[in-house]
Design a binder for this molecule. Structure first.
Ligand code: FAD
Length: 456
């Protein structure tokens, strides 16, 4: 592993390590998890026991039934896999600031996977403050191919500024080695959560229960691998048509990436293999590499260096605020409330279909996400209101919501990482999209038919 992934938060010099604990949080997987590999290596080297702990938080900000079921499907798989690998795994349940603290105190060398968004970063900071000076704490950046602080030390302006930096570093961070065998003693740890019936367990949580689990996405690494395999075998060759909403040629791996159930580095390795086996050509490889590496890591750069990434007043560029100011009072022929938008009650069949796709499947095609968000700008009283509604719906229904990509992509609709376009009413210099454009470029009847087919 490239050692630049590892950051020692604090180090206590002691002659003996009694136990290594890995608090798994962002990287909910066994494969391509540098933090796990490092924890096993340290335990082996120090000849001491290892414990991996995952803590289920009873009510995670903005997470609802759909998100919990998907996440726990992945965790159930991990629990079985750790048992088979003879690695002690503790599934804990409770407030991380109290619960996890007590568990972590059973060890003296603590490994964490790196976090990029505010809330998980704040738990880590609480932990650092609370158990300061008593434990060695090490953070491992494993969600990104190039660690966020290595790629850049500042908020980047756009894909064109971060791309050369990322490309230059790729080979140095193409560094995954296979999972080491844990040489310590195996003890089966009692779980705080019974995952035999995930749905029954989730019903007991104090969370929003009305966004139901979706039959179109089952959580877990095995399912992610199946999707990756079928993407490579059947869809990737047509990836250059990825903008066409009815064609379904993208990987649909974003929910799995969001929960850390699969690593982007593994995806890149598999598409590299596909290129070597001539299943895809260079142009297709480049297209996928750009999205899963450059665009995704640009999104992480944005949330990491802009602490107000979810605040309307701080999420975009000065030119974009200026143009919105100029057009705030423009006449808006269609205005819809949040409720009407959420119920897909607009005059626009494409918007309504997109809204229903997200409600029923927990996912939406990328091009329709852009169109959907642009229409909310056009049909709301103010840009701030539109931004807040978009983020609310995005994070409520998408399985990949509440992700660095969510905040960055929604901000993109307001000019972040984009450029000024020809000025128009309402959108001003923000990029504009309309239904005629959709119809000109794509067979939209296919998309409408698809959404009809998934509605229950
Ligand atoms: C308004 C709006 C909201 C969005 N909200 C989210 C969100 O909540 N969560 C989320 O993960 N993505 C979001 N996106 C970005 C993008 O639409 C999804 O990542 C993509 O559609 C996921 O589908 P896929 O896995 O089939 O993509 P693929 O085309 O198969 O790409 C593979 C991976 O590359 C990354 N990727 C693909 N497209 C983009 C992109 N445009 N920007 C950054 N990374 C990308 C994703 O991690 C994706 O899973 C949003 C885009 C817009 C315009």
């Amino acid at each position: 592993m490239n050692l630049s992934r590892i950051k020692t938060i604090q180090e206590v010099t002691s002659t003996k390590t009694n136990r290594v604990i890995y608090w798994m949080q962002s990287a909910q997987r066994i494969h391509y998890n540098h933090a796990l590999n490092y924890a096993i290596e340290l335990a082996n080297e120090k000849n001491c026991p290892l414990m991996v702990v995952f803590n289920v938080i009873p009510s995670y900000k903005e997470a609802n039934r759909r998100h919990y079921v998907f996440m726990l499907e992945g965790i159930k798989e991990i629990e079985h896999a750790f048992r088979a690998l003879k690695i002690p795994f503790k599934l804990a349940f409770g407030d991380p600031s109290k619960n996890i603290m007590a568990i972590l105190k059973q060890g003296d060398l603590i490994i964490l996977d790196k976090a990029y968004l505010k809330h998980p970063r704040s738990w880590r900071n609480d932990l650092y403050k609370n158990i300061k000076d008593q434990y060695t704490m090490i953070e491992v950046d494993t969600e990104l191919i190039v660690p966020v602080e290595v790629a850049s030390q500042k908020m980047e302006y756009g894909a064109y500024t971060i791309r050369p930096k990322l490309h230059k570093q790729f080979d140095a961070f193409d560094d995954y080695e296979t999972l080491p065998t844990y040489q310590g003693k195996y003890i089966e740890l009692k779980s705080d959560v019974d995952l035999n019936s995930i749905k029954d367990f989730v019903k007991t949580l104090p969370i929003y229960q009305d966004v139901l689990e979706t039959p179109y996405f089952v959580g877990g690494y095995q399912e992610a691998k199946k999707r990756l395999k079928s993407f490579i075998e059947y869809k990737a060759k047509n990836y250059l048509d990825r903008n066409a909403p009815g064609e379904h040629v993208t990987s649909t791996l974003s929910p799995y990436l969001h929960f850390g159930q699969i690593a982007s580095l593994e995806i890149v390795h598999e598409i590299k293999k596909a290129k070597e086996e001539n299943l895809i050509d260079q142009a297709i490889f480049d297209g996928i590499f750009e999205q899963v590496f450059v665009r995704r890591e640009l999104a992480f750069n944005f949330v990491y260096y802009n602490h107000q990434y979810d605040q309307f007043e701080h999420m975009t560029e000065p030119w974009a605020y200026l143009t919105m100011d100029h057009h705030q009072d423009d006449y808006r022929p269609h205005l819809y409330t949040k409720d009407q938008l959420e119920k897909a009650q607009t005059h626009d069949p494409y918007f309504n279909a997109a809204m229903q796709e997200m409600i029923f499947s927990g996912y939406m095609h990328n091009y329709m996400r852009m169109y959907w968000a642009k229409k909310i700008i056009e049909w709301s009283n103010s840009y701030k209101e539109a931004y807040e509604i978009t983020l609310y719906l995005n994070n409520k229904y998408f399985l990949d919501g509440r992700d660095p990509n969510s905040y960055t992509s929604v901000a993109w609709n307001y000019g972040r990482h984009d450029r000024a376009w020809t000025e128009r009413p309402i959108l001003g210099k923000l990029r504009y999209m309309n239904d005629k454009g959709l119809e000109r470029k794509f067979d939209m009847s296919k998309y409408i038919k698809y959404v009809e087919s998934i509605k229950k």
